[in-house]
Ligand binder design. Structure first.
Ligand code: ADP
Length: 480
């Protein structure tokens, strides 16, 4: 099948999180599996200034946005058989950030992404792409199914392709005043409580859900949680009504990048067959983060955006108790200032036992994954999560709050013969400490090596994830 894949961010061109990781990897894997994908994203400043060279083309696309018309220049790249088209209009996308300034969203976000989506639909036709399937991601692409149906240049188009809409995070829905509907140039009868309308406003994620043939999200656990009033952020009722075409499919990681045998960021490579290099990584990590880890000391680590959903509040609760154990704690992350300050205070309070680096640092993340014994992932909620996959592959025991994708991807010793981590159910510092204690006992027991080797052998690749997407497309969309 031929696929058009549309996302507001794609790694390595521009990224603020998980969506970019998925958009950066899944399409390449689908292409390799024999389903050629063409990608579309906005041409942000980050993409223009990035290390990958973007090639200009002669293509120009003009679409109306409300009473005005805007023209996009089309720029492209080719990543080993997967083409990416960038919609370039600098007044909309040549900005310091993708969606917001530090204190507020860009005021014209709806207009920017209406323009982006319309330009993509017009470009799909200009290129005579004729995809079988259009994959849309999060609210920035929620109107695509409607633009495919009603057209974007004044003429009804008629949707000829199937549409999949993927929810990466339901907390961000793209809700705007209904007066903004005029910017879409869609017919007035397309606006109703069955399509976009949401308590008198316009909800872009709702449009994606109502317009698509198939709705997916990034783990089976999250797919269940968003059906509940606590997890659905107001869309649980709608999602319950489309349950027969709603499915959770786990993400994967790039197992070439996350490969202990070839990782350039590790002082010593290692494999499941010979794990001895992991202790070299451990020593290098202790030195780098200025913590004193003796032979018996466990290195507990955390690599995370430092934001509310990532569970820093219960780590704070747990810290005094954790520090009574034979452990050191290393943390790499950045985000909300209050959490950054709190982490720095821990390093001051427990010198030599807590090492903190505030910032985003991919090479250090690799060294931490290799050198640590336990990875803490206490997220309050987590659609899928990627850290636990990297930890498993690097033989580092994940200790996770049992929610969303974390619940799906970790087998606690209480749940199966072959555990792949430890889980705690109650969201509290005490429950976290209890799970860390169980992990510490396991690390000191004879089964330690069996568990590490089993984790390192798990298939957490995009190949597995992409094969599952194809299976679901074939079954639910009849695309054989
Ligand atoms: P989210 O998308 O909510 O941030 P995910 O777990 O889905 O969370 O993906 C984030 C990825 O980025 C993980 O692999 C995580 O380990 C990594 N990461 C987070 N913070 C940092 C950091 N400061 N430096 C390097 N890698 C980080």
């Amino acid at each position: 099948m031929k696929i058009a894949y549309i996302a507001s961010e794609i790694s390595p061109y521009a990224s603020t999180g998980g969506l970019a990781e998925v958009a950066g990897a899944l399409p390449l894997t689908l292409t390799r599996l024999g389903h050629p994908v063409t990608r579309f994203m906005p041409c942000y400043r980050a993409a223009l200034e990035g290390t990958r060279k973007l090639n200009s083309t002669d293509l120009k696309i003009t679409v109306p946005v409300g009473m005005r018309s805007y023209t996009a220049d089309i720029v492209r790249t080719d990543d080993g058989g997967t083409e990416t088209y960038f919609i370039r209009r600098d007044e909309f996308f040549d900005r310091s950030q993708l969606y917001n300034l530090p204190d507020r969203d860009y005021e014209d976000n709806f207009e920017r992404f209406v323009f982006f989506q319309k330009a993509v639909v017009a470009l799909i036709d200009r290129l005579s792409l004729k995809p079988d399937l259009v994959m849309c991601n999060d609210w920035q692409t929620g109107l695509i199914p409607y633009f495919l149906e009603y057209g974007v240049q004044g003429k009804r188009r008629g949707r000829r392709e199937r549409c999949v809409f993927t929810i990466h995070n339901i907390a961000y829905q793209g809700i705007y005043p209904d007066s903004d509907y005029a910017l879409t140039n869609l017919p007035f009868n397309a606006y109703s409580v069955d399509t976009f309308e949401y308590y008198g406003k316009l909800n872009c994620m709702k449009a994606g859900i109502t317009g698509a043939d198939l709705v997916t999200t990034v783990s089976p656990g999250y797919a269940r949680e968003v059906l509940t009033p606590e997890g659905g952020f107001g869309l649980d009722g709608l999602l319950r009504s489309v349950q027969d075409r709603f499915v959770g499919i786990l993400n994967g990681i790039d197992t070439d990048v996350w490969n202990t045998a070839t990782d350039p960021h590790l002082p010593a490579p290692y494999t499941a067959a010979d794990v001895s290099g992991k202790s070299v990584c451990r020593r290098s990590l202790s030195a780098k983060m200025s913590v004193l880890a003796g032979e018996t000391t466990a290195i507990v680590a955390m690599i995370s955006r430092l934001v509310d959903m990532k569970g820093l509040d219960i780590v704070a609760e747990a810290m005094p108790e954790l520090m009574k154990r034979d452990v050191v704690f290393v943390l790499l992350g950045s985000g909300q200032k209050a959490y950054e300050d709190m982490a720095r205070e821990w390093a001051t309070k427990w010198p030599g036992r807590v090492g903190v680096l505030i910032g985003y640092n991919a090479p250090l993340a690799h060294l931490i994954q290799a050198g640590a014994d336990i990875m803490l992932i206490p997220s309050r909620s987590e659609p899928c999560g990627l850290t636990q996959f990297c930890s498993q592959r690097y033989g580092t025991i994940p200790v996770v709050h049992s929610v969303g994708g974390l619940a799906d991807t970790i087998v606690d010793p209480s749940e199966g013969e072959q555990p792949t981590g430890f889980k705690f159910k109650e969201y509290s510092g005490a429950a976290l400490v209890e799970a860390v204690d169980r992990a510490l006992s396991m690390l000191r027991s004879p089964i330690r090596m069996t568990i590490i080797k089993h984790m390192m052998g798990l298939d957490v690749s995009w190949r597995r994830a992409a094969a599952r997407y194809v299976e679901v497309f074939d079954r639910m969309l009849g695309l054989k």
